[in-house]
Write a protein that binds this ligand. Structure first.
Ligand code: SF4
Length: 74
């Protein structure tokens, strides 16, 4: 049986929220060894849902401004 988990893969200070946030990856682990596992299913910002709902244009991880990616501005 496989298992899934969201894990932080990068941390940065985001000026939009004034705090450190994490870029997270949803990783699937197999029950047994397979040659091309584990696999990454998706990425998200740890604060993305809150930014999406705060009424301001922020970044691609909130889905409100695809031209801005704070995790690339390291
Ligand atoms: S969703 Fe974007 S703007 Fe909001 S905290 Fe994450 S990186 Fe910053």
């Amino acid at each position: 049986m496989t298992s899934e988990a969201w894990q932080p893969i990068r941390v940065c200070y985001c000026h939009h929220v004034g705090q450190e946030v994490a870029l997270e990856a949803e990783i699937v682990y197999p029950a047994d060894f397979l040659p091309d596992w584990p696999r990454v299913l998706a990425h998200r910002c740890s604060h993305g849902v809150d930014c999406n709902l705060d009424g301001r244009s922020s970044c691609l991880w909130a889905g409100t401004n695809p031209a801005i990616d704070p995790f690339l501005e390291l």
